[in-house]
Design a protein around this ligand. Structure first.
Ligand SMILES: C[S@@+](CC[C@H](N)C(=O)[O-])C[C@H]1O[C@@H](n2cnc3c(N)ncnc32)[C@H](O)[C@@H]1O
Length: 243
């Protein structure tokens, strides 16, 4: 969705249907929150406060990414915290992996939430360099390359995707993840925001959908779990919980 495009309700409805209308409603209330509340103003100054550069939109063409890749646009900190905190796990025992990490914003946010180890995978060389710079203070591991070829560490992990790519890359990625779980069964969560290609994860026999907020995000859990308590059922009204 082009952030610089027209933002009228009718334009969004025509172009993107109900999904577009919901997106627009969220975007407008978010903008109001940014301007009118102290926590919103802190969020607006996120880069400045943290002395980093993660804001802004960069098109797929400018990044010279393949046709099934998505442009760069960072997740909102508030959105990230509210989604990731749904996982009632001991984060100190988990590796956080951002798939398509862009400039590294989710890596910084995950670090502030106390994850044991932080990994980012990014296809664009330009964004990889920025992510390394933004995270050098705590030494995140930034891997340059196509996420479809990512070698998953055999560790308890939270795999985060902010809609980085479509099919066929998402299918290859999900198949590899499932294969890695088959070889090294472990507790793992997939947090998929703007889940346009949910079917890629739904068809994996060793992943189970545990939360879904339609058209917003989905969380999957590996079927083998050790130790931690399940993700909290204490979620928004409109969330369907499947066990
Ligand atoms: C919507 S942005 C999300 C950025 C970051 N995760 C965030 O939330 O701030 C999607 C990112 O996925 C990256 N990407 C697209 N295709 C990729 C691929 N095949 N492998 C790795 N990264 C990819 C893009 O370069 C872009 O940085």
């Amino acid at each position: 969705m082009h952030l610089g495009g027209p933002v009228s309700i009718s334009w969004n409805l025509q172009r993107y249907g109900l999904w577009g209308a919901r997106w627009l409603a969220r975007a407008l209330s978010y903008r109001a929150w940014l301007k009118l509340t102290p926590s919103g103003r802190r969020e607006a100054a996120f880069d400045e406060i943290n002395d980093i550069e993660t804001e802004g939109y960069i098109s797929r063409e400018d990044l010279m990414l393949p046709a099934d890749s998505i442009h760069y646009a960072p997740i909102k900190p508030q959105q990230f915290f509210s989604i990731v905190s749904k996982l009632k796990i001991d984060r100190r025992a988990f590796t956080f992996i951002d798939v398509g990490c862009g400039k590294g914003r989710p890596l910084l946010l995950a670090e502030s939430m106390g994850f044991a180890k932080i990994i980012g995978v990014e296809l664009s060389a330009k964004l990889t360099e920025i992510a390394r710079k933004n995270t050098e203070r705590f030494g995140a591991q930034i891997i340059a390359g196509n996420a479809a070829a990512f070698q998953f560490p055999a560790e308890q992990s939270v795999v985060f995707l902010f809609n980085p790519f479509w099919s066929p890359t998402i299918d290859e990625f999900a198949d590899n993840l499932s294969q890695s779980l088959a070889v090294h069964p472990r507790e793992l969560y997939v947090v998929y925001v703007n889940p346009f290609c949910e079917v890629a994860f739904e068809r994996q026999s060793n992943l189970n959908l545990i939360f879904r907020v339609p058209n917003y995000y989905a969380i999957y859990q590996s079927l083998v779990r050790k130790g931690s308590t399940p993700a909290s059922p204490d979620v928004e009204d409109h969330t369907i919980i499947i066990h």
